[in-house]
Design a protein around this ligand. Structure first.
Ligand code: DX5
Ligand code: ZN
Length: 220
């Protein structure tokens, strides 16, 4: 099932609750929350108290994307703060299987996030322990970057690996996605589509989510 996950990084934080209601009105079902620590990526954004606040005002699925070093120290805390989905970067965790299992045991959906230049072989062994994979189609750190087109081929290969192994792992993709490229991305096998600038960039988030859903509803 196609799901649109607006990234609140590009929203107006002074009106966050309103922005969340606006994307829900457009049909968004997942809220993507970008957590950055200034070490794993060159930017600092949102942490646990904000996730707790968002949990109080929405029933949307909260998807926390941890772009942090030592994610095993914090992953379960995000579930406890109210996150439904927690993704951890394969590049940041040498004990990925343990962290993914801890997220699941805490009641969350566990995800493996992977940067554009990291090979899929680095996550294959961990797939049975994950509910979803988050393919980065930009280098993480900032909203508003250009979609890296080789991500399409990587996405197709990821889809094939999951299908060949008979797994139920869902594929989420993140970075540089808007109504102009969403169809090709959905056709290539992604189910959960993150969009920040594409949703909030023009100041009409409800319409932008509807447009993404329309453009992304393709027969595969
Ligand atoms: C990038 C973040 C993304 C970002 C997406 O580091 O992980 O979630 O907010 O924003 P756009 O859609 O503008 O590329
Ligand atoms: Zn993200």
């Amino acid at each position: 099932m196609l799901e649109i996950a607006p990234s609140i990084l590009s929203s107006d934080f002074t009106r966050l609750a309103e922005e969340i209601r606006a994307v829900q009105a457009g049909g968004a079902t997942v809220l993507h929350v970008d957590v950055m620590d200034g070490h794993f990526v060159p930017n600092i954004t949102i942490g646990i108290p904000v996730v707790e606040s968002i949990r109080k005002i929405t029933d949307l699925t909260i998807d926390t994307h941890l772009m942090i070093e030592e994610p095993s120290r914090f992953a379960v805390k995000f579930v406890e703060a109210g996150a439904d989905m927690v993704s951890v970067h394969v590049e940041a965790d040498v004990h990925l299987q343990r962290t993914l299992t801890a997220i699941r045991e805490a009641g969350g959906q566990a995800g493996i996030a992977i940067n554009p230049a990291t090979s899929l072989t680095s996550l294959e062994e961990a797939l049975p322990f994950a509910d979803f994979v988050l393919l980065m189609s930009v280098n993480p750190g900032f909203g508003g970057q250009k979609f890296i087109h080789t991500s399409i081929d990587k996405l197709r290969r990821m889809r094939r690996i999951i299908d060949d192994r008979g797994l139920k792992t869902r594929i989420e993709i993140d970075g540089g996605i808007d109504a102009s490229n969403i169809a090709e991305i959905v056709e290539s096998g992604a189910e959960i589509i993150v969009s920040g600038t594409g949703v909030f960039g023009k100041g009409k988030p409800t319409e932008a989510v509807k447009e993404l859903l329309d453009a992304g509803t393709v027969w595969v």
